[in-house]
Design a protein around this ligand. Structure first.
Ligand SMILES: Cc1cc2nc3c(=O)[nH]c(=O)nc-3n(C[C@H](O)[C@H](O)[C@H](O)COP(=O)(O)O)c2cc1C
Ligand code: SF4
Ligand code: SF4
Length: 285
């Protein structure tokens, strides 16, 4: 069935009314009513299935079917293609089948985290992530991305103030303000750590190079227990607002091409892996 026509529903027999699903929903789409969650008809559901991944009772359904699978189930099928191929990389140390299986679980278990303790992330972990990101491919091997890393509550708060001022002054993305006023920060969640990637705008492919490097960082950080989420609003507004560009020390001739919010997850844990609601079409030729 087409993804756009399938919707989310709650199995009221399985639901225990704990409200966890509402707390992880990134846009406050789920609201509690008479002890059960329901979709706010005025809000747009992203179909991210965070609610399903966090629900302790598998009570969230998508298109009437189960919306998540257990990581153990995935681990069983992941790496099963080993029979047809080889495990390991040519010329490099072989990777064990267990590693391949865990890798597949890690890749499918990556989630966007937006609720954090507020403690800055250990600087060594951030340094390790940045060093690994240097191994990402880049157009013409330019490796044009540089990182501006905010790692303090005060600085993050200052940035958020400037984001809000910019939204108030210009009226762009008004949902940032309305969500913020109802206690949901869609720009940086409750993160104190922000990783902003910038490139000189004359590089061959700044958006792709930055995204590939950030993706490596995200996967590494999540493997080390640090929650991350892409920060598209922040990227856009940091370029648009002269005050933000100044505060963030963006070098002349460069633009931000991607950013992550990061931190140690708090009151946000995902028990299961949500099903894919929109598998990409694959054409075999
Ligand atoms: C380029 C990009 C920009 C994004 N910007 C934001 C953002 O500004 N705020 C936010 O809360 N989530 C943001 N996200 C996270 C997406 O909402 C999230 O990836 C999607 O809902 C799927 O959830 P998942 O990452 O847990 O699978 C962004 C993701 C990407 C790839
Ligand atoms: S997380 Fe699951 S059990 Fe808890 S309220 Fe939501 S649907 Fe019900
Ligand atoms: S699928 Fe995502 S956006 Fe939709 S209700 Fe669940 S958590 Fe909220």
């Amino acid at each position: 069935m087409n993804h756009t026509h399938r919707t989310l529903s709650v199995d009221s027999n399985a639901c225990i009314g704990c409200g966890i699903c509402t707390s992880v929903c990134p846009f406050g789409v789920l609201i509690m009513e008479e002890g059960r969650p329901r979709l706010d008809p005025d809000k747009h559901c992203l179909k991210c299935l965070h609610c399903a991944a966090a629900c302790p009772r598998e009570a969230i359904l998508f298109g009437g079917e189960r919306a998540s699978v257990a990581a153990a189930e995935l681990a069983e099928t992941a790496g099963s293609s080993e029979a047809a191929g080889r495990t390991g990389r040519a010329g490099l140390t072989g990777l064990s089948p267990e590693f391949v299986s865990q890798l597949a679980v890690h890749l499918s278990g990556r989630r966007s985290y937006r609720h954090f303790t507020g403690d800055p992330v250990d600087r060594r972990l951030l340094e390790e992530a940045a060093a690994l990101a240097d191994f990402a491919p880049s157009a013409k091997n330019q490796h044009p991305a540089g990182w501006i890393i905010v790692n303090s509550r005060e600085k993050a708060r200052e940035i958020m103030e400037l984001v809000l001022s910019y939204v108030r002054e210009t009226g762009v993305s008004p949902e940032i303000l309305s969500e913020y006023e109802s206690g949901n920060n869609v720009v940086m969640g409750t993160a104190s750590t922000l990783i902003l990637g910038y490139c000189r705008d004359t590089a061959v492919n700044p958006p792709v190079d930055t995204a590939l490097a950030l993706s490596v960082m995200e996967l590494y950080l999540q493997a080390r227990g640090v929650g991350t989420c892409w920060a598209g609003y922040l990227t856009r507004l940091a370029n648009a607002s002269p005050d933000l560009r100044r505060l963030l020390n963006l070098p002349e001739g460069s633009l931000f091409y991607g950013a992550l919010m990061a931190g140690y997850p708090s009151e946000e844990s995902y028990l299961r892996v949500p099903v894919r609601t929109k598998p990409a079409p694959v054409t075999w030729l």
